[in-house]
Design a protein around this ligand. Sequence first.
Ligand SMILES: Nc1ncnc2c1ncn2[C@@H]1O[C@H](COP(=O)(O)OP(=O)(O)OP(=O)(O)O)[C@@H](O)[C@H]1O
Length: 667
Amino acid sequence: MADRVLCQELATPGTHYRRPKSGMASPNMGYANGGGSWRAAPRHTQKQQHQQQQRQTTPQQYGNSPGTGTASGGGGGRYVGKPTAEESQTVESTGAEVVAGLPATPRTTKQTRNKSEEAINDLLVRIPDIGKLFDVHSRIGNGTFSTVLLGTLRRESHLPDSLRRKFAIKHHIPTSHPDRIMKELQCMTKMGGTENVVGIHCCLRCDASAAFVMPYMAHDRFHDFYTRMDVPEIRLYMRNLLVALRHVHKFDVIHRDVKPSNFLYNRRRREFLLVDFGLAQHVNPPALGSSGSSVANNNNNNNSKRPRERDAMETVQQSAPADAGLGGAVKRMRLHEESSKMPLKPVNDIAQSELQQSAAADGSNPVQQQPVQQLQQQQQGQMDQTPSTASGSKYNTNRNASVAATNNAKCFCFANPSVCLNCLMKKEVHASRAGTPGYRPPEVLLKYPDQTTAVDVWAAGVIFLSIMSSVYPFFKAPNDFIALAEIVTIFGDQAIRKTALALERMITLSQRSRPLNLRKLCLRFRHRSVFSDAKLLKSHESVDGRCEVCRNCDQYFFNCLCEDSEYLTEPLDAYECFPASAYDLLHRLLEINPHKRITAEEALQHPFFTAAEEAEQADQDQVANGTPQTRKVRRQRYHNHKTVAATPEQLKQQVALDLQQSAINKL
Ligand SMILES: Nc1ncnc2c1ncn2[C@@H]1O[C@H](COP(=O)(O)OP(=O)(O)OP(=O)(O)O)[C@@H](O)[C@H]1O
């Protein structure tokens, strides 16, 4: 059982540590393997992995060559301006540089340029109207189900570059299901264009191909800024992300794919944009109680599927073994049930709708307390999940006839090469797992059917964790079981067990694991070069060259990350760069239990944001009143914010102090 998996880079790469002779696990050990035992990952291997990762994420640059964009449009497609300073630093999620103006000297390889041209040609051939309306310049993003290209209006081609409006044209691949495209479109028309949520200008369709025309936002690449932001900028980034989520959640919509590449950020202009509603889903309305009555609602979850990274709806009984065994190669795409079939609006209707912010947001969040889940059981080698109770679940399927009779029946699967009859008779559980690996919350990994907007809040927490720890991606597991094990490693087994119980899921773990301290984790990662220094190890080694390793976190004792560490660890205060409230917010965003997790709305009221806002306000007031002490006050506040809280108790006290401080500031 792989319930203790050290997340990536926990063992610090780059320094050579002697293996402890005590026989304890070494910090050089990285992932647990599929069977749950620790697999040694020597430092050089980790380094290689890291380098490989770096290579994978090395920016590919796609400039638009002067010839692009003219496939069907004659000379009008040439885009011959120079990039502005701002534009030339913009990037796309796959690492491609988006040169919004024409690069004087294309900096792309031939291969990437070809890909960009291929994408342009493909779009213009499949939807010829695009070529009549737009000059398409380059590919700016490439996802599983779409390619995003940069376009400008042909009728504005006579204007100087700086005056030509830019558009992001999202070209859906023809195999994308119309319902999925329709839902994405509906999300954007209903919610977009405000509060950092991407809007849509129009949608063009020709036969099986569809393209969205969205406002283009030049943006920076997460890779380039996540380690460079100071606290005010982190605050700004997180606030804007939460503002976007609050807006989306007001519509009872779960974005389901919150990750850095879907939250665009233009550092210079301080602009933000949440994009990609391809996996968005409506929160299930409250259960009707009677068996089988809400199957259609449940089916709403199945609205979007991604065959590669993002796996959407699968039945619990099918999903995990295939994933685990085949590394994600086998993906089922059960596209669309009757509830999601809606006629597409005529193109013109959509084109005219310039992002009305019409839909009333009542703010209610019908987070339903889920009725009892039906029994289901899996034997996955590493982990069993068995719902603890049985009764009238709304997720009945055609197998529901004998449910009452079989729910409490004994299971005979164990040690048998087949699923026992009793288990075969159990109802299927439909739980969406749409989303990007690494950002899936515990409830998704536990296959809890009644997922809410808390799914997005967890993902925001993972982004925050990446920023605070300077580790991106933070979680990187090959399948959902290891993903869950990574979470267990950090948050401890108790938290997961309790949540599983609260969600009426059962999780069996082979060993216990105490939680790590998030502050220690962040600072230890952030300053990995310091804490992994060979000299530091040397200074802690005994005369015979041994150094004790913590059995729980597998770090050398002086770097122990455990919440309740029994060791005297290296002091971290000197390296502190965050206010205590940042850790508190991180804890709340990454609350294991989705029912207890903070909402985006609440998070925006957290002292991490409010204390700073009020401090700023007080500063402004003082300036307005001509008080000469502004700088001193600011310094004092900065000092306050730097105050360190080492334990959870101190952390709470610190947050209370922050609150007090903000109350004083108000006065
Ligand atoms: N409005 C926009 N302005 C600028 N760039 C954009 C815009 N929309 C999308 N992009 C770029 O295109 C990339 C892919 O867009 P999007 O996520 O919508 O496509 P996708 O096919 O769903 O991708 P993925 O499968 O990776 O999520 C984004 O990460 C971003 O870099």
